[in-house]
Design a protein around this ligand. Structure first.
Ligand code: ADP
Length: 258
């Protein structure tokens, strides 16, 4: 199996607290992997180690390896800012820059990277908004504030902003949990289109969503509060939902806990 992300023996800490222990898994390119499991088992924590966002939290550190295309993301000399360009992130609450126009929201990352050419910027803005299935809804109001859009549109704007810098991987942390059902379906459809170009890792507490959007599912669990979360099993989504290997996976997906 080709591996875009390859995690081995990953332990993740907040200060002295070991939040997640012993994660090993790999993620093929241009696929969707869902991280599921009860609240507090470490899904978001694991996700944030894939683009070095975890260490932004004071005391946040990892032991073990996260490889991206064969390169150790935590090796000496790796620039976390460059990592975050290659591995973009979309958050739970849509967070467009509130005072910026729709256009400037999409172009923000490019401008930070020093792109000034207006034609190039306009081209990327259009391409990214089309890629996020938002172009038709906003093309006549590109100079209006991003904050004026609906929640679902704002989340697609954030996806457009993330893809504008041409990442290879998109991390999504419960991207639909603040959205209504129709906007949620729009994002799920979009994820299905985006996986043709990007590798997607999504944290979701919605098991139907994991079953609908992902190719591979990783189930995390927690022995007890205060103990580290662990990866229980990772496999093809159809296998996890129809015939999981572990009893605790079956108990979780059939709604017996969590
Ligand atoms: P999940 O995404 O599965 O709900 P999290 O990754 O948010 O779980 O949390 C895993 C564990 O790490 C929990 O015990 C949580 O309390 C702890 N944790 C999360 N964020 C922080 C933080 N910023 N500082 C300290 N502990 C944290």
């Amino acid at each position: 199996m080709a591996k875009q992300i390859d995690v081995s023996d990953l332990d993740i800490y907040y200060g002295a607290f070991k939040a997640v222990e012993g994660v090993s898994m790999s993620i093929p390119p241009r696929s969707v992997t869902a991280l599921i499991g009860p609240s507090g088992c470490g899904k978001s924590t694991v996700l944030r180690t894939f683009n070095r966002m975890h260490e932004v939290i004071p005391g946040g550190r990892v032991e073990g390896k996260v490889m991206l295309d064969g390169q150790d993301l935590y090796a000496a000399g790796v620039d976390p800012v460059a990592v975050r360009r290659t591995v973009g992130m979309v958050f739970q609450r849509p967070n467009p820059f509130p005072t910026m126009t729709i256009k400037d929201n999409v172009a923000a990352g490019l401008k930070l990277n020093g792109v000034k050419d207006k034609r190039k910027l306009d081209d990327v803005i259009e391409r990214s908004l089309k890629g996020a299935n938002l172009w038709n809804e906003v093309k006549d109001r590109l100079d209006k504030p991003g904050a004026g859009l609906s929640g679902g549109q704002q989340q697609r704007l954030c996806i457009a902003r993330a893809i504008a810098v041409s990442p290879q991987v998109l991390l999504m942390d419960e991207p639909c949990s603040a959205l209504d059902p129709i906007s949620t379906l729009a994002i799920e459809d979009l994820i299905n289109e985006l996986k043709e170009k990007y590798t997607i890792v999504i944290v979701t507490h919605n098991m139907q969503q994991a079953a609908r959007v992902s190719d591979q599912t990783a189930f995390f669990n927690l022995a007890a509060t205060g103990k580290p979360g662990k990866l229980i099993e990772v496999d093809a989504t159809t296998k996890i939902f129809n015939n999981p290997s572990e009893k605790s996976t079956e108990d979780y997906i059939s709604g017996r806990f969590g």
